[in-house]
Write a protein that binds this ligand. Structure first.
Ligand SMILES: [Zn+2]
Length: 373
């Protein structure tokens, strides 16, 4: 996640805090100081209330960090590289080098988080019970932290992907049907369902608890986006996995010579349905790409006297890829640079052309086969 501040390393894992975390930190401090403490200790000076509330927020921060660390450490123990942990407004994310390779692996990595939160919550619950008599103030803090860790455990066990519970659910479906893509689809569907449930719950709660209601609604929205986009990414990864640029490139393109006029190009090729994008080639060397957009930029009266060489986008300005580039990287390049076609080249020799439409069609077919098969 970008915009995060690196605060250090634990067990070789980089810990970062996203700026949005400040918001939840403030919310916890404020709701604890203004809510629970004001209710139970109305005679406390406000400096004391706020001081205690900040300590609670820091312990909350550590609780979330321990939750994420548990995911990361189990992943590490299974040989998965852990790139880092980022804490942000809705909790934390562990950035793993790869997805789990088996249902069992995924189950273990996912379940350990809520179990950790549950254990921390249980620890604070014991503190709360033992401190209630001798130190009621400390007991109030322990009780709140027990509650909040319990909520974190319960929330994360909701069966919606990509929450921990959704991952546990996915691993169970995956173990049964042995089809990761289909399991992911099922788990992200329930994720959407859970997300809408949270949004409705948040809207209802608005009536008697505005902050809690807005919060729940926002979490629901976040989860809905997360489940949809993680499914899409999963689909891309699995469907394009192992394919290279050379394999997905089309080789039936129509090369045009540099001295062809624009008039000829439009009239004899574009208008008769031979496509809207042509490599300009001398021998086997790629000089540039000429597209319908280039033709439209030019006044029609200049078409008969302008060569494609003059109107094309020259090689130096093109996004190109080598044949061995991975298909996923090509798609990423296309969306980053907002281009619709990428020539595959060896040096300056053209090997093929990849268009966005071709990739999307390929994904569609492969997805259909992977899910039904
Ligand atoms: Zn988790």
């Amino acid at each position: 996640m970008s915009n995060s501040i690196k605060i250090g390393k634990i067990a070789g894992i980089q810990i970062g805090v996203h700026w949005s975390w400040v918001f939840i930190f403030a919310l916890i401090t404020w709701s604890f100081a203004g809510g629970i403490l004001e209710e139970y200790y109305p005679d406390w000076p406000s400096s004391r209330r706020w001081g205690v509330a900040v300590i609670v927020a820091v312990i909350f921060f550590v609780s979330i960090l321990l939750h994420e660390l548990s995911h990361s450490l189990v992943a590490k123990a299974r040989g998965i590289e852990v790139i880092g942990i980022t804490l942000f407004v809705f909790g934390g994310v562990s950035n793993l080098g790869r997805e789990a390779e088996s249902a069992g692996e995924e189950f273990q990595i996912a379940i350990v988080g809520p179990l950790t939160s549950l254990a921390i919550g249980a620890g604070f619950a014991i503190l709360w019970v033992t401190l209630r008599g001798p130190a009621p103030e400390a007991a109030a803090i322990a009780g709140y932290l027990a509650f909040i860790n319990g909520v974190i455990a319960a929330f994360n066990m909701l069966p919606g992907f990509p929450l921990d519970g959704g991952r546990v659910f996915r691993s169970i479906v995956w173990a049964r049907n042995r089809n990761l893509l289909r399991a992911t689809r099922v788990a992200s569907k329930t994720g959407e369902f859970v997300a809408y449930g949270l949004m409705v719950g948040g809207a209802v709660q608005l009536l008697f608890n505005p902050i809690g209601g807005v919060w729940m609604f926002l979490i629901g929205m976040f989860l809905r986006n997360a489940s949809a986009s993680s499914y899409e990414q999963m689909v891309l990864q699995t469907t394009l996995e192992g394919l290279t640029a050379k394999e997905i490139a089309r080789t039936d393109y129509v090369p045009v010579p540099p001295d062809m006029t624009m008039d000829h190009l439009v009239g004899q090729l574009m208008l008769v349905g031979r496509g809207r994008c042509y490599p300009v080639v001398a021998g086997e060397e790629l000089l540039g790409l000429i597209t319908l957009t280039d033709a439209q930029k030019l006044d029609r009266e200049h078409w008969p006297t302008t060569s494609v060489y003059r109107a094309m986008t020259p090689f130096e300005k093109l996004q190109t890829v080598p044949p061995e580039e991975s298909a996923t990287a090509v798609l990423q390049l296309m969306s980053e640079k907002d281009v619709n076609q990428v020539p595959v080249v060896e040096g300056r020799r053209i090997v093929g052309i990849i268009t966005r439409a071709d990739i999307l069609r390929l994904i569609q077919v492969r997805r259909a086969v992977a899910i039904e098969g």
